[in-house]
Ligand binder design. Sequence first.
Ligand code: PAF
Length: 285
Amino acid sequence: MKVLSTVIELQTQLKKMHLSPVGFVPTMGALHEGHLSLVQNAVQQCPVIVVSIFVNPTQFNNKNDLKNYPRTPDSDLSLLKKVLRETDLVFTPGIKEIYPEEDLRKFHFGNLDNVMEALHRPGHFNGVAQVVSKLFDIVKPDIAIFGLKDFQQLAIIKALVKQTGNKVRIIGNPIIRENDGLALSSRNRLLEPEIRSHATIIFKTISAVTQMIKNYNITEIKSFVRESINNVPGFKIEYFEIVDDIDLIPLKTKTEMKRDKRYFGCIAVVAGKIRLIDNIEIELV
Ligand code: PAF
């Protein structure tokens, strides 16, 4: 693999190799097995892939969160070395490379940017859209792979691609979990040990919902989720919603569920000082 930090180097190298399809995995570093599964998927489908590592400041609505976001450049590169081939490229731009000038663009995603994460992290998805659209313009990928853990982000990126007429194919990769069910996240390494030892409650709770949907209504399910999480010391729920995967409209009743749509239970929890999100598919049987 080659590590490149400027747009010109990256584009020159891609042009020189002239391979297609070009796969792309954008990341903010602090890589773990979840990222590696995205990378492996891209490697299987494309003769050349680009993995970007860039902690994007415009998607952090909280300055402390940006400051504390884990940065592990050496370990990132050694993990990538294990899965990337000679042809593959790691793009590690500095801030000026991505934002030579302040990005003042405002994106509009309708309801997608009006529920769940958007209500708790104002401006977050505008920042994600800014950086992803810039990275797409730089890399010009044929295929881009994102984790399903960031469920709302995936819906936003699909909408972004539609709006901009970009031909890139967006693929959502399944969530990778620890043995106790906790969804892998770069933020997990920031959890205090005591909090980490109870964090399995998030997956346990949303897994229970996949069964409860048969016999309980949405209000009852939401109360169960709230209590189950808030009963654990140090854990506080921010939201739990069951939404479809296209429009992300939160269900109020089970009668709104349509057979031709897929539904996911999405949760955000503050665990100690760290905010975690997760989701699970909910099938009406
Ligand atoms: O999911 C992430 O890691 C980030 O939001 C992304 C897509 C790399 C944009 O900064």
